[in-house]
Ligand binder design. Sequence first.
Ligand code: MRU
Length: 360
Amino acid sequence: MLETISWTGKAMRLLDQTRLPVETVFVDIADERQTWDAIKRLVVRGAPAIGVAAAFGAYLGVRNFEGEPDALLDRLEQVCSYLETSRPTAVNLFWALKRIRDVGQTAAKNGADSAAIKSRLFDQAILMLEEDNRVCRAIGEHGAKLLAELASADDRINLLTHCNAGGLATVRYGTALAPIYVGAERGMRFHVFADETRPLLQGSRITAYELQQNGIPVTVICDNMAATVMQQGKVAAVIVGTDRVAANGDVANKIGTLGVAILAKHFGIPFYVAAPTSSIDLSIATGSDIPIEQRDSKEIINGFGRVTSPPEVPVYNPAFDVTPAELVTAIITENGISKPPHERALKDLCTPRSLTSQEM
Ligand code: MRU
């Protein structure tokens, strides 16, 4: 698996996902401005990866700051608030920056000097990177058990996914693709339909790429073909990731996910969402309160440098949609599985606990 985020000793190294699958290029990020730009342009993307990148970005934004702890915390606050403006939907961004702020404040309260505070911020970013691996692995363990029930007569599990919630959207393993990787390690056989995912093609550029690299059979379809493959009985379950889950179980994910969920309901196919608890936002009651990112019209009418509409045509380009909880069969977290009614189960799953040795 390619490393999406790593630390070089001097900088944060990101795999530039805007160049996949044609080129494998890494960029070194030295400060908070470059971090903001990398998140905004989707150099690093996917909710968990955005969170970890922001944590490093916050550290990078203060690492050269000279001054007393109070002034350092003010600077940290400015940097975190600035990074929060990069993308609005994935709650992991805000979750990660809150953790970084808390670490800085606790260290200062305990009498740490500025050098020690900075070093705690860095350690926290590294911890979040490592934690992401453990969390995704645990999602994979829980999800693989759920998927095992779906094997077809030829022992194959046929899935459909939308966008990319794989290793490239996290630090490793992914969320929606983690059960596939864990299952494959245990000899389970899969075939995955990857929705192309207009307009930025995360499904065909990134999901198909990473599944192929990892030896999982994958077929790319245009988004408007999902109904047909479901009608033809080629899909046993849908599994997707999420950018934010509201307290009632409504789920924001890449634009187009809602349509897939409605189709799954129509054809009686389970619709699974894989989510680290860092993507669950209990402060938001329902999905209608989730902020939805609007992106540049050029992504639709001049995608990848090709003009595909008359000039000046109005364009609507929401990057995410919200699937209501009643369409979600299960939400797979690192702490276990939420089944409807999700409200109670999500609250329990978000209650702090440590991973069991089996999940690690
Ligand atoms: O705009 P993107 O590519 O960041 O959107 C990514 C998604 O919608 C993913 O499904 C989601 O972040 C979950 S990633 C584990």
